[in-house]
Design a protein around this ligand. Structure first.
Ligand SMILES: *Cc1c(COP(=O)(O)O)cnc(C)c1O
Length: 421
């Protein structure tokens, strides 16, 4: 499938490269740990959606997947709107040149400050998760003398068959309004003077690999839209959220074109006036980035070999947090004759600090490894745990490497801390 075409490929000499630039050269020049993104991959991922998603349907990139300003800038240039979950993300989108009118604001606990900030900026829509939030938005909009466009996030109660921490569409989750309460909630929203009901939304989870849960959810949402129309609450849009999975290991690729086409067919048949929206995060950026790390030591115990590397759970937490798999490969042609089973582990003082267990690798100290598919929920979840400066980020575009975030300096880490007098 052309849209899955790898951005990071082996050259004839065995070097792993992006746009003809060997990762080893970049690692030597910029240091490690180092996130490297490919603009070509990002663009291809965007086009994989856009080619099956004609206007007026819209795509709002989920900023939390990767919120670097340059990534947001490129997506804005490609035509993306944005799905944000905080006032901080809104500020980033605006700093990157995004259009506030193309922003939808999700999140279960929006503060007064955030709602005020979003109304003042003129965002496109609030994805409201509770009646209490609806009341708060209505009151703030009244104070500001404006009308807030809102969608209600409904929990369609479908099982997305993904990791429990990233399944969000079941009744038991903290997200959204229960389907049983949906109609009454819309009736209430429609009665408020300072909100305008424009849509309904849902988001059933993340890293979902089958089209079926999405289409199940879509049908439930369309039934709701029909019921609302009967009650004189016509909606302009239906936002089906994100969650489209990518290939980390051996998963069959998510049938994106099929999903986009079947979703549109359902809507065309049942609610032809509806504009559709999606909020993809991972599917746009996940495979467009890698994390490059250097092996500090090899350490053998009686029955194990550890590759102790300079990237840890503070740089990429997904393995520790979700038992997530990332392929880990040497960036250079291997000169070691024999691959052995190694645990690739970081320097952080936690047993949970690993990038991959039991990998077949031929490595020695000083080698560089690439942790693949690290473009989504990588840097954005990074922390300074163990007082480790966060990694630098590069975006490679047309054969040129651009530093899109400098490596943090140690002094930056405590510049806001104060000693007692
Ligand atoms: C996280 C999130 C997304 C993006 O999810 P992906 O799995 O990265 O596509 C979209 N919408 C909402 C409401 C989210 O919380």
């Amino acid at each position: 499938m052309s849209e899955q075409e790898a951005a990071f490929t082996r050259q004839a000499d065995g070097q792993l490269a992006v746009d003809g630039l060997p990762l080893k050269t970049l690692a030597e020049r910029y240091g490690t740990p180092l996130y490297i993104y490919s603009d070509a991959a990002l663009t291809r991922n965007w086009q994989a959606f856009a080619r099956h998603w004609p206007a007026p349907h819209r795509l709002c990139y989920a900023v939390k997947a990767n919120s670097n300003l340059a990534i947001l800038q490129r997506l804005a240039q490609l035509g993306a709107g944005f799905d944000i979950v905080s006032g901080g993300e809104l500020a980033r989108v605006l700093a990157a040149g995004g259009d506030a009118a193309q922003v939808v604001f999700s999140g279960v606990a929006k503060s007064v400050t955030e709602i005020t900030q979003a109304l003042t900026a003129g965002i496109g829509c609030f994805n409201v998760e509770s009646l209490a939030e609806l009341d708060r938005i209505n009151a703030i909009a009244a104070d500001l003398g404006c009308i807030a466009p809102v969608s209600l996030r409904i929990n369609p109660d479908v099982d997305a068959q993904t990791h429990p921490y990233i399944a969000t569409g079941l009744k038991a989750n903290k997200f959204g309004i229960a389907m049983d309460d949906a109609v009454a909630s819309f009736v209430y929203a429609a009665s408020l003077a300072h909100v305008k009901v424009v849509g309904a939304d849902c988001h059933i989870g993340s890293q979902i690999l089958s089209v079926d849960p999405f289409l199940d959810a879509a049908q439930r949402m369309l039934d709701l839209v029909a019921e609302l129309a009967r009650r004189d609450i016509p909606l302009q849009h239906l936002d089906m959220g994100g969650g489209m999975g990518i290939q980390y290991q051996q998963e069959a690729p998510f049938a994106l074109a099929e999903y986009l086409q079947r979703l549109q067919a359902l809507v065309k048949e049942q609610q032809p006036h509806l504009t559709l929206m999606l909020e993809p995060g991972r599917a746009l950026v996940g495979n467009s980035g890698v994390l490059v790390t250097q092996v500090e030591y090899l350490k053998r115990s009686a029955d194990k070999c550890f590759a102790l590397v300079d990237a840890g759970m503070n740089d990429l937490v997904r393995p520790a947090l979700y038992q997530a798999w990332h392929d880990i490969v040497p960036v250079h042609a291997s000169t070691e004759p024999q691959a052995t089973l190694v645990d690739v582990v970081g320097p952080v003082c936690e047993t949970g600090d690993f990038l991959g267990h039991a990998r077949h690798l031929a490595v020695k100290a000083g080698d560089y490894l690439a942790v693949m598919n690290a473009g989504a929920y990588g840097f954005t979840m990074a922390s300074n745990y163990n007082t480790r400066p966060r990694a630098a980020e590069l975006l490679v575009r047309a054969g040129q490497a651009h530093v899109i975030r400098e490596r943090e300096e140690l002094q930056q880490l405590w510049k806001d801390e104060r000693l007692l007098p």
